[in-house]
Write a new protein. Sequence first.
Length: 696
Amino acid sequence: MPSPDDPTIPLLPHQSTRPIHHRMDPEDSNSSDDESEIPVPPSSGTANVIPDGLILEINRPVYHQENFDEAFDYVKPGKNKFSFSRPRLTRTKVLSFAKGLLPPLEWLPKYQKDFIFKDLIAGFTVCVLSVPQAMAYATLANVPAVVGLYTAMITPLIYAIFGTSKQIVFGMFAVPSLMVGHIVTDMTPPEAGNWTTAEQEEYSIQICVTISFCLGLIFVVVAIAQLHVLTAYLSHSLVAGFTTAASIHVLASQIPKLIAVKVTPYRGLFKLIYIARDVILGLPTLNPPDLIISVFSIALLMFGRYIVNAKLSVITQIPIPFELIVVVATTLLSSTFNFNTIYNVKVVGIIPKGLPTPMMPAWSKIPAIFVKTLPIAVVIFGVTLSVLKLFSKKHDYRVNPAQDIRALAIVFFTTCFFRCHPGCGSLSRSALMSQMGNKSQFGSIISSIVTFIVVMWAGPWMYHLPICALAAIIFVALQTVILQLRELPRLWKVSRVDFAIWAVSFFATFLYDVSEGLMIAVVFGLMTVIIRIQIPKSIALGRIPTTELYRDFEKYRKAEPMSGIIVLRYDSPLLFVNAERFVETAEHAISDQFKETPEDGTTVESNQESTKLTNGKRYLILDVSGIVQVDQMGVEALKDVHLAAKKCGTSVLIAAPKSPVRDLFAKCDLYTAVPKSAFFPSVHDAVLFVQHELVS
């Protein structure tokens, strides 16, 4: 009688006829074999309805995996051979390489005249929003407002040349600005209180450009090591939870500026509580004119955003720039009534006219600053690539994340010598660029040119701009970020794991501080990945009557058990972290399904029904179609399962292994322990073989 250990067994016939169905359960996405993935044919009737009488008919032999490979000319993996021949340099390769490093060589020849008007309008509109926001975020970073203008002028231009996204607007963003402000404060020596205002500003700018230089170093390493793939671990839930809590920190830092109250700088656990305490205790000393300007600015901005522009969006895509209106109005009022001198309202002060003079980083402070910039790099890395993917998907074009990482390195290395703040992809300004119908990177270039005009001629007019008005702009701009809290009910319904990542990211950042909260969030996110791999999902399958389909017993009540057969599907990579659990799962499945076999070997009892089988045969079929990756410990686990099953009188068959997994099986000598005749191309092949054995 043939056995599964006999490689010369004859091929058995395989016949199956059944109606074609849509996938029966969208949650049960893993199939046991290729037949369950039959596409729905076109229908003359209602869309996605399979016509009556359409039948799936299969008539083929039952294959072992080895027979299947031989019958259909499986291409075995070749050995890696080192070639010492010089690669041939062709014009096509050189041009492709150049286009990768300089994207305008790719998109500029395809630029159409029809794009010019839309790019002009989009670039100008974004600039109108960028200028006041950039000045506001500069004050958040504890550097002069003019640094924000330099950043809004230079960084979008550099990114437009080297980046691959058409809509992304590179510039200042609230969270990195807050983190830069923390470093500037930490690196300021105690004797700085005796410096002049000009000396303090110059020192803060030098710390800022040193941070940019360190970020350039970090992104060079990321680009060389191709670490952009790590963004897969910065999930949307992690980034959303972190940025929401970080935005609350930003708002808390702006409240003292809104009402002119002095607050002691805090770091660490419960920082927000201490800030709130200082604000409450300082209320008797607040400056009423600052409060009036802040309330006026916030009310005007909220009215413009949620009423005027909301109604105008039905008529036109161009919003009214209420941020610019606030800047102009408060500057005129401050200048006319001399708010700074008479009412002690803090103003922006002197903004140098013209281009920035070059500045070198503080070389001696790089060792102390470099480590502090790592969390900023993670934020810029995650936020920028998230915005990049969002708009490339929305507008249906491909981007090159590897090139965008190189673009970040070039941006930071270039701009750090021109007094610029570390930039980041801005979601709000990129969304506006997209809304305005921008067609290429020219939109960002236009925005930089208009900002250049502002820097060259409009700087002196902003001397009397109140600081509290800039704080009001930040306060309102971050409302949409904080509204991400509305995602929580949906996340709770969709995925408890994503909900937990969001909640931990939020509360770790909210209760602690921005840098520490980010580290906790990243570690927790990685732990969820490790735990999910370490505790994989294994499913006992039953056969759908009169079909070749096998489905979860718990999901399909009509799935039938098979006498003397266990079909167990494993949906996870089989790695060292979960190999032991894999063995335990298989052993428990055997012990739960089959009771002990009498010594005469004539009877086997299942936990579902007692079935008398000739020769006491029983089989465990492992559906490994869900195992996409395996390591040496995983292969050893398969050997252990085979030996453990053999001891209790159960034969192990392995169904639907993927090609790369089988390649590693061969390299790790699995076939010396488990014969090749125990491998099958599908679960149904294995089941038919077993049923033939049981009745023989």
